[in-house]
Design a protein around this ligand. Structure first.
Ligand code: FES
Length: 351
């Protein structure tokens, strides 16, 4: 049965050349062509990707992401934001981050219609739970991307849901018009500061039954506020589903004492690969390894997802990630090579 869509409510505050994949022969990798690029919202660009030979693309489900290999040593994951029933294309939206470590700047500056990109098949660490309850979706900024796909899937299945979308302004609200057409009970919260956002989250959760599954995607302070208010409102931990898309803001110099330490040159040995090379100041271990011919799989590239974790066989790590706890940091047996370095002259990894 089709859902009767309530009109969305809007809350305002009270006051270089593209990388051509060199491993297209790898059967686990997809070779994609950029079929279209368009401005979606302020600082946000939409990319439509199709298979280079026109094949149907591997299946995916709402909440899934695509890991794109943009350049040697530069891979990024982006949520898919079309509907999973569309097998002829993947659609992603990329926000240009002012403090980009390369990924979003590369997508905005280097990728254009006709560019070829290598990707692994979609993976989903943020799936919709299949049950009859009406979910509550909370999105902030570019965190709308997986939740847009969820809202589209829920609407297609005729499942009721509630979506609260927080954006800086209407011009920054990607997919607003599409969501207004498909999403039942869309509430748009524009231009709120931190305390106002917390109050709006609390009000949104207080108005929803805590037996609903909750899906949240946005930056770390937003996630923290949503989790805190959900717990206070009686949500069960199992019903709170989170996807973080940027490094936790709280992980600053105080939490990462190694972050302030200056970069020095060190020798990197990748034991299993039989490779050694030098890592220069400002260069990541991942980038140095890639130049030496060893690909270390990454996802966030910013030290907060844990996908590049590597075992340290020798040497003293200089931790700059936000994944490892104090004990693991002090133990020195593992490190995140996308951001972390070596405090000494030589680092040996089990790679
Ligand atoms: S790629 Fe995410 S922690 Fe290194």
């Amino acid at each position: 049965m089709p859902i009767a869509h309530a009109p969305p409510s809007v809350f305002l505050p009270r006051s270089p050349a593209p990388f051509l994949p060199s491993h297209a022969h790898d059967a686990t990798q997809l070779c994609l062509r950029v079929a279209a690029v368009r401005e979606l919202a302020a600082d946000i660009r939409l990319f439509e990707l199709v298979h280079t030979d026109g094949q149907a693309l591997p299946e995916w489900s709402a909440g899934a992401h695509l890991r794109l290999q943009l350049a040697p040593g530069l891979a990024r994951s982006y949520s898919l934001c079309n509907t999973p029933s569309q097998r002829d294309r993947y659609v992603i939206a990329v926000k240009r981050e002012p403090a980009s470590r390369g990924g979003s700047a590369w997508m905005h500056e280097q990728v254009e219609e006709g560019s070829l990109l290598s990707a692994s098949a979609p993976a989903n660490a943020f799936p919709l739970v299949a049950d009859a309850r009406a979910p509550v979706l909370l999105a902030a900024g570019i965190g709308i991307t997986p939740l847009y796909a969820m809202a589209a899937e829920l609407a297609q299945e005729g499942r009721r849901h509630r979506l609260h979308y927080f954006a800086r302004s209407l011009a920054h609200a990607a997919f607003f018009h599409e969501l207004a057409g498909i999403s039942h009970g869309l509430s748009l919260h524009l231009g709120l500061d931190g305390p106002e956002t917390g109050a709006a989250i609390a009000a949104a959760l207080a108005a929803s039954p805590c037996s609903s599954p909750l899906y949240v995607c946005g930056p770390a302070p937003f996630i923290d506020a949503a989790r805190r208010h959900a717990r206070q409102s009686g949500w069960r931990e199992d019903d709170i589903h989170i996807e973080l898309f940027s490094a936790p803001a709280v992980v600053a110099a105080a939490a990462l004492p190694d972050a302030a330490t200056e970069d020095t040159v060190f020798e990197l040995v990748l034991q299993r690969s039989g490779v050694r090379c030098m890592v220069q100041p400002g260069q990541s271990i991942v980038a140095a390894a890639a130049l030496a011919g060893v690909e270390i799989g990454t996802s966030c590239g910013e030290g907060f997802c844990g996908s590049c974790e590597s075992t340290v066989l020798e040497g003293q790590p200089l931790h700059r990630d936000s994944v490892l706890g104090a004990a693991a940091r002090a133990g020195g047996r593992t490190l995140m090579p996308c951001v972390s370095r070596c405090a000494g002259a030589r680092l040996v990894l089990d790679r």
